[in-house]
Structures are given as C-alpha cells and as structure tokens.
Design a protein around this ligand. Sequence first.
Ligand code: NAD
Length: 450
Amino acid sequence: MSESIPQRPRLTVLGTGYLGATHAVSMAELGYEVLGIDVDESKITKLADGQVPFHEPGLDEMLRRNLATGRLRFTTSYAEAADFGDVHFVCVGTPQKAGSLAADMRYVESAVVSLAPHLTRKALIVGKSTVPVGTAEWVEELVAQHAPAGIGVEVAWNPEFLREGFAVEDTLRPDRLVFGVKSDWAREMLENTYKGVYELGVAEDREVPTVVTDFPTAELVKVAANSYLATKISFINAMAEVSEVAGADVTQLARAIGYDVRIGNKFLRAGVGFGGGCLPKDIRAFQARAEELGVGHALRFLSEVDQINTRRREKAVELTAELVGELAGARIGVLGATFKPNSDDVRDSPAVAVTKLLAEAGAQVTVYDPQGIDNARRALPTVAYATSSVDAIRDADAVVVLTEWEEFRHADPVALGKVVTHRRVVDGRNCLDPAEWRAAGWEYRGMGRA
Ligand code: NAD
C-alpha cells in the first residue's frame, strides 16, 4: 500500500490568511514543497514577494528563507494547485454568518468546488478550518459531485490549534495532532505529511501525541477545546463580577484556585474578556449546530459564557466613567486595539469594542497599539490614533489599558504620569501593578478588584 503514498507529499494550502500562510511557511520550513493559493490576489502578490500580510512573530523571515529555496510558492490558480498537490489543506475562513450564530460555510464550499474539477489523480483533501460537525461528510459529497469520477480523491479532517502570536511555534511543535480519517491510506498520507513535525519532536526528545479518529470527533475536538477555553475565561470573569460587589480581589482568588493542578493557572486572568477571529464565533457556531442536531440544551451555558464576556466590556466603560465623572467630552487615552498581544488581529477585539462604546458615550478617544493600528482604523475609523503610548495619553483625563502588550505592562507610571492631565487608569487586563501605579499618584481601577 505504501508505494502509492509519497514519503514527502507535495502540499497545497487553500486560503493563506493567519492559519494558511503560517501553515504553508512552516511546512516549507520542515522541508516540504508547498504551494499556497488564495482568491485574494493582493495577498498572494505580497506573500510571493516575501511580505506577510499580517503580524506574526518570526513568520516574515521564515517566509523569505523558504521562498528563496524554491520550496514555497504562491498562486491564484486552482488548476496549478490541483496539478501540484498530493495533499490539499483547506484553510479558508469560516466566519459568523450575518444575522445568525452559525458559521458561514461558503468559503469552504467555494474552495472545494474550485479545486475538485481540476484534480486528475488520487489526492487527499484535508480540512483544517474550524467547522460545524458534519462538514467533512458534506465535503466528501461535494468532492463526489465535482471531482472527475474514479480517481479516488479522499477527505480527512485535521483541526488546527495554533495561537496567533505563537503560530509558527505551535505549527512546528504542536501539543497534539488530530486526524479524522476513514481509511488507512488517508492516515498514512497524514503521517507522512507530518513526518517533519514528528522528526523535529524526536530530535528535541519531545512527543507529538496523535489522536487518530473519525470525522465527527475530529471536527468536535476543535470546537470543544475552544468552548472550554472560552468557558474558563468567562468563569474567572464571573468571579470578577462577584468579587466587585463582595469586596474581594479576583486576581488573588485566581492565584489561589490556580495552584490546584486540576484547575491550573492558565487562562485564568480576569479582564475585558476574549475576542479574536476564533473563540467568539466558534462558541456561537457550536450552539447553532447543536440546535440543528436537537441538542441545543447541552450547550446553553455557552450563551452565558458569551454574555459574561460582553458584560466585561461594558464594565470597563463603567469603570472609566466612574473615574472621569462624565464620559461626554472626557479625553481618554486607550492603550491596545488587538484582541491579544503579539498580533495585529482586531477581529471581535474587546479593545475595539470598549473603545467604540467610549466614543459612543461622547469621549474623545485616542488609541495606540504596537501592531494593530491599521486594522483598528479600518474597523473603527471614528476615533483618533497615535503612534506611541505617550502621544495617545497626552493630556488625557483617564488611561484605559485594553491589551496586555509587554510595552504597556512594563510602562513607567511615573513617566506617563507627567503627560496626562489626570492620573487615572483603568486596567482592563489586570496587567499593571496597582501598588506601583498608586505609588506614582494614579487612581487605579482593575477588573474584579474592589
Ligand atoms: P483569514 O480570514 O485570515 O484567512 C482566510 C483566507 O481564505 C483569506 O485570505 C481569504 O481570502 C481566503 N479565501 C476565501 N475563500 C477562498 C477560496 N475559495 N479559495 C482560496 N482562498 C480563499 O482566516 P484565519 O484566521 O486564517 O482562519 C481560517 C480558518 O482557520 C477559520 O476556520 C478559523 O476558525 C480557523 N483557525 C484560525 C486560527 C487563528 O488563530 N487565526 C487558529 C485555528 C483555526
């Protein structure tokens, strides 16, 4: 059987956004020949020219290195992709559908339907995008309808767990791999596809656990993981809500419960909550899919998780209003726009949402973010943007920290205190040291800290 399985399959990556571009570059780094394809021509032109169209630490240099070897190329031609690849990774977006909780599957459909008619030999189509359970079966049907008969194209699901900001590291050194397959051929094909990842693990004396399973389990693993993470964040934020009225300090509470290894201290920081292109839309799509399957009741808690998350954004606005008295006309310096540090991603960013609420309440807001300003300006053009922390907070009546960039965590409260009108700070990420800021004369408000 293994004669028909290439030792180093040639890979295509359909959709070269945050996930796809990282995957394409990282797999080339491991020695594979990779062809990335996207319908966005400007993205492909940039990538082919050695520019990553978003901020991801380490990716730029790795892209240029692998373009130079010739192992990594980019195209907009599906015919070329079909001709080139043994394994085709589907990495297109699955955003929330307008007016619904469900995922919009049109990009997955268009990628598969664009590729399939051009295929001329046996190949494996591997879904990586985060999708509703049942998608792999549907992709199989699309392939049966659109690929030439009798060439034996197969489908597999291989969800991706990378974190923006650590995307390269997570791709080269994943915590685990999950293969949803229906045949030994598909499993062996994936094993060969990830041989480079396994070899790196062996070289570093580190295991790469692999779960080989069926389609629905593989699809569910991803949304289950994200639901768990979102729930953990909302749990500690619910504790923050209670702490606020009970006079407790949620950061000490989190530290104390986090010592219990069954709970653990990760993802237990109270603040303005989760955001980004994944967690919010994934927990919503999961609820929508569970409703369709008649088990909506099982996931009703995810609606609470979502609401707790939204309330924290409003809380940050409330704390700011408390500090300045009247938001209308107040000058607010906002530090942070991205949904988390080390990324330029502002999709469903709590920082942008809070900024918008502040501006809607009549505040004059100026925002600074180390990487996210261009994207933030597109998402929220109505506020002012600065090119440094100092410029954003100059003459401010209050400073609001909404993304825990290193630069903000280590800011000097004495120096910053000299440029503001009033030393008032809302720490929306509980990432500052209240004692240090208070000692420098600042009125400090954190999340869940009485
Ligand atoms: P993205 O919006 O950055 O990228 C999607 C890309 O797909 C875009 O460049 C778009 O032009 C392209 N595209 C759309 N239709 C296409 C088609 N027919 N053919 C080729 N390209 C097409 O999205 P992303 O953040 O990379 O997410 C992609 C998927 O990966 C989503 O399902 C997401 O949930 C999942 N995911 C993302 C992350 C992450 O950290 N961003 C992590 C794990 C999983």
